[in-house]
Design a protein around this ligand. Structure first.
Ligand SMILES: [Zn+2]
Length: 230
């Protein structure tokens, strides 16, 4: 479920026991890839949410330390020195296949780090584009992902149009709300199965997302609330 709050170990269990450590994980699951993002000030990469509220720009990753003494001074690589594709290369190739061969876009699940040990499941996205652009004196990859609803029934992946009220809650708002609400459901004080809840759906006239219209709810109160709105 979107905006579910979870520990690192729960996130790994949710992904079938895979130990998630690297930020970019192309096809770590047979049906989708996983990207870990962070918008914290000290984050090593510059990830951003576009103003439309459904598009994420994810920075590619640097050359590995065993191949360069100062990775931040080197162009982000498409291939390793051995000639195999890097994660950047694998994600970029998926975009090329989508654009040039008419293959379905790569489905990507994104988790974001809010604090050490506290993560949020941002849900599923389709990888629609990438750029290889100057950043200071070097070049970096910037991958463009658009939020989707997805359904994995019958061993097939169906990409569905996003519900009109969907909108990504920015990470800085999540961090403020998490601290304000003390990491608990505001209705019952539960500290398990929590989600970030956007108070007023966009379809019902909800305007921009602020800390005032986001709160933490447990799964039970989250469901009760969505029943009432429908
Ligand atoms: Zn509750």
């Amino acid at each position: 479920m979107r905006d579910q709050i979870l520990s690192h170990s729960k996130m790994c269990i949710q992904e079938g026991g895979t130990m998630l450590q690297r930020g970019m994980n192309f096809r770590i699951n047979p049906k989708y890839s996983i990207l870990l993002m962070s918008q914290r000030k000290n984050a090593p990469y510059q990830d951003a949410i576009h103003d439309d509220g459904i598009t994420i720009e994810y920075e590619g990753h640097d050359i590995i330390k065993s191949e360069a003494a100062f990775p931040k001074l080197e162009d982000q690589p498409y291939k390793t020195k051995k000639g195999t594709l890097t994660q950047n290369g694998k994600f970029a190739n998926a975009v090329e296949d989508f654009k040039n061969k008419g293959i379905e876009p790569e489905v990507v699940r994104i988790y974001e780090k809010l604090f050490d040990g506290t993560w949020s499941d941002k849900g599923f996205f389709k990888l629609i584009d990438y750029k290889y652009v100057p950043s200071g004196k070097r070049k970096v990859f910037r991958f463009i992902l658009e939020e989707i609803e997805v359904d994995f029934e019958n061993n097939e992946t169906h990409i569905k149009k996003l519900k009109p009220h969907s909108r990504i809650i920015p990470s800085d708002i999540k961090r403020v709300v998490w601290e304000r609400d003390g990491g608990k459901c505001v209705e019952c004080g539960a500290s398990d199965n929590l989600h970030f809840d956007h108070d007023l759906p966009f379809s019902k006239g909800g305007s921009s997302i602020t800390v005032n219209n986001v709160k933490i709810l447990c799964a039970r109160h989250n469901l009760q609330k969505s029943d009432k709105i429908q």
